[in-house]
Design a protein around this ligand. Structure first.
Ligand code: ADP
Ligand code: MG
Length: 246
């Protein structure tokens, strides 16, 4: 079966899209079949980060104007990308069953898919809840800003308490030292343990890195453009760990 992994955060702009794109690229280069679904309906930008110019996107599927196959574009390392379009309101209006149905349909589209990576919007909107519920594992990206941890806790709380999501993996992004990542993890896991009786997994710390910014500018994943950079190595390692999950 396809493993569905949702990438979320409480706060916006913390690095979800870059984690999604690089996780997808690294898994694909490790020989896995990967589909990357842009589910950030407010600020869709997987296509921009990857330098793709899709003619059709998810909103055409929802409006019945395109088939699932028609919106797939190929991305780095042979992965399939499902682009979204910014500002689509229709998508946010779908029910949970419809979101889950989309995930299911895309994951069944091709036989060679091992992973479906879902890049979601920030926050606790209904569509984020639906996509995270439909996923098997949820990556929560945080960075060192006070609201990043409190917003991440709010997200984990709602997902866990109201939607019975259990498998959370924290990714610290833009850290200036390994220590900073560990501190972020202990802050978040302390409150989830205490108030939700929930144990988090500490998946990775991605350093603050000019190479990542440069890769964004070149519209390429950093794991491909600068594989030896600190963020490139950390993201490749993150993907290796994900691929070792049972
Ligand atoms: P989100 O999807 O959560 O909104 P993005 O992945 O689009 O966030 O990242 C937003 C911006 O933050 C990127 O375009 C990049 O400039 C910067 N950024 C993210 N992660 C890093 C990092 N590890 N090092 C340096 N800059 C980063
Ligand atoms: Mg994003």
């Amino acid at each position: 079966p396809v493993k569905v992994i949702a990438v979320t955060s409480g706060k916006g702009g913390v690095g979800k899209t870059n984690v999604s794109v690089n996780l997808a690229t690294a898994l694909a280069s490790q020989g896995r079949g990967v589909m990357l679904l842009d589910a950030d309906l407010g600020l869709a930008n997987v296509d921009v980060v990857l330098g793709l110019s899709p003619r059709k996107n998810l909103s055409h599927v929802i409006d019945g104007e395109a088939s699932l196959e028609e919106v797939l574009v190929s991305g780095p390392e042979g992965m399939h990308v499902v682009p979204a379009s910014s500002g689509t309101q229709r998508m946010a209006e779908l029910s949970h069953a419809e979101h889950a149905g989309l995930i299911q349909s895309f994951s069944e589209l091709s036989h060679d898919i091992d992973y479906l990576i879902v890049d979601t919007a920030a926050g606790i909107s209904d569509s984020v809840m639906s996509f995270a519920r439909a996923a098997r594992e949820v990556l929560v990206v945080v960075c060192d800003e006070p609201s990043s941890i409190t917003d991440a806790y709010a997200l984990v709380k709602v997902l866990n308490r109201d939607h019975d999501v259990q498998r959370f993996h924290m990714v610290a992004n833009r850290v200036r030292s390994p220590r900073e990542g560990e501190e972020l993890f202990s802050k978040l896991s302390r409150v989830t343990t205490r108030f939700l009786d929930l144990t988090l997994d500490y998946l990775a710390a991605i350093p603050e890195d000019d190479a990542l910014r440069k890769a964004v500018q070149r519209q390429r994943p950093v794991v491909q453009a600068f594989p030896g950079s600190p963020s490139g190595r950390a993201l490749t390692d993150l993907a290796r760990r994900v691929d070792q999950w049972p």
